[in-house]
Ligand binder design. Structure first.
Ligand SMILES: Cc1ncc(COP(=O)(O)O)c(C=O)c1O
Length: 159
């Protein structure tokens, strides 16, 4: 498995790479607003061009919304830039410290993934760990559920 790196905001370079490696690139992964770099933002025109290039070359566009999701706009960077990813990832922006993440995307791709998604490396022995994780999640969710149903301050009712 190889990764090719392209200069941000350079749609010509991206097109060159997609042409040079036609048929062998599965996906393009972009974080349009870089949450770990003081929010450095890509040019919206570049992200839209990347969307078009992915469509033209049959490449899955993955947008990393780990930090931008629900923050830069309700619909994340995809709403802000009027672009739709094939797959997108959410984590810190929805989790705020809790071990929660979300992978969303096109139904045909999501159906292929089924239940086999796990965080981090290595992801291979997922199935055997899956049950233990589910038990741990239930254990973590219990206090969260009960505190969410309790008012946090006098006069403050849960939504
Ligand atoms: C913007 C962004 N994307 C992806 C990741 C990777 O997340 P994980 O380590 O949960 O796979 C991080 C983690 O710091 C991140 O900040």
């Amino acid at each position: 498995m190889f990764a090719h790196f392209v200069q941000a905001n350079d749609a010509n370079q991206l097109e060159d790479v997609l042409k040079r490696h036609a048929g062998s690139i599965a996906c393009l992964l972009i974080e349009p607003i870089m949450g770990n770099c003081l929010g450095i933002a890509a040019d919206p025109a570049y992200i839209r061009a990347a969307r078009e290039l992915c469509d033209r070359h049959g490449v899955v566009l993955i947008i990393d919304e780990v930090k931008s999701g629900f923050r830069v706009a309700r619909g994340g960077v995809q709403e802000l830039y009027s672009v739709q990813a094939d797959l997108c990832t959410f984590a810190k922006a929805i989790a705020n410290g809790y071990p929660i993440s979300v992978l969303a995307g096109r139904e045909d791709i999501m159906r292929k993934i089924g239940r086999g998604v796990a965080h981090g490396v290595p992801t291979l022995r997922i199935r055997s760990r899956w049950r233990r994780r589910r038990r741990r999640c239930r254990y973590l969710m219990k206090p969260m559920r009960s505190s969410a149903s309790r008012p946090t301050a006098p006069g403050c009712e849960p939504a």
